[in-house]
Design a protein around this ligand. Structure first.
Ligand code: SAH
Length: 241
């Protein structure tokens, strides 16, 4: 029987303390979660990671190490970014519980939960690669949890949501994030070409456009249409010059 944890990956970005990687693996395994992806960890494999994983060394042994976030998110339909901080351009928000329910409902979706660095969390660009910003409600005067503690809370909520056996929704899946990223690259290229965006002074335009399209959750066909529109604009310009 497959469980929610067959389609959830926990992504840790640039973790500096290998002990936290081990503690995260342990937090995952206690809840039944098994797929760990490490993006440029500072030191891995490492004896501290193995020691802190305790009996969860199988989660560590199966961890995938990637060079960048894009690789780590390959094939994902929904991406949730964990951050304690509010941003200038707020991203669509969910609580850990809402996030877990949502993940349980999207029956066949591949899902990533992305956690940031111990010292500086997630960058804006990393959060913008996510569909939702998930904030763990905490003491407003001291809201930054230890990385593995944050992983524990999310995995616990995922477990609770999977035990509730929420009825799967018959939604069509959004396009995998790789395709969405290629669309954003193309969109930026075209709005620079038509001089709507000045690359010297980009402001918040791409950020806002990313948020708009990410919220809309376009599927593969929608992306094909949007890419077709962009290509037609490029062809039209070439024919007129
Ligand atoms: N000082 C960092 C916090 C790092 S804590 C900052 O300013 O962002 C390491 C990671 O744990 C964070 O990047 C985030 O993924 C997760 N985390 C810690 N506390 C959290 C909270 N209250 N809500 C959501 N994620 C949290």
């Amino acid at each position: 029987m497959t469980t929610i944890f067959d389609r959830i990956r926990i992504v840790l970005i640039a973790t500096s303390h290998p002990g936290n990687i081990g503690a995260a693996a342990r937090a995952m395994k206690t809840m039944g979660c098994k797929r760990l992806v490490l993006v440029s960890p500072k030191s891995y494999p490492d004896a501290d990671a193995t020691a802190r994983a305790s009996g969860a060394d199988d989660v560590l042994a199966n961890a995938i190490v990637c060079e960048n976030l894009e690789q780590a998110l390959s094939g994902c339909h929904y991406v949730f970014g964990l951050s304690a901080r509010q941003r200038t351009i707020p991203w669509p928000q969910m609580s850990p519980r809402e996030c877990a329910r949502y993940a349980a409902e999207q029956d066949s979706a591949e899902i990533a939960l992305v956690f940031g660095r111990e010292h500086s969390g997630l960058t804006n660009d990393e959060l913008e690669a996510c569909h939702y910003h998930v904030q763990i409600d905490a003491n407003p005067d001291y809201a930054s949890l230890n990385l593995a503690a944050a992983v524990q809370i999310l995995c616990y909520e995922m477990r609770m949501a999977s035990l509730e056996q929420v009825a799967p929704k018959d939604n069509s899946l959004p396009a995998p994030v790789d395709e969405l990223e290629r669309f954003f690259v193309h969109l930026e290229q075209v709005i620079v070409e038509v001089e709507f965006l000045n690359p010297e002074q980009p402001g918040y335009i791409m950020r806002r456009l990313r948020r708009l399209y990410t919220k809309a959750q376009p599927d593969k066909q929608d992306i094909n249409i949007l890419r077709g529109v962009l290509s037609a604009v490029q062809r039209g310009r070439r024919n007129n010059t």
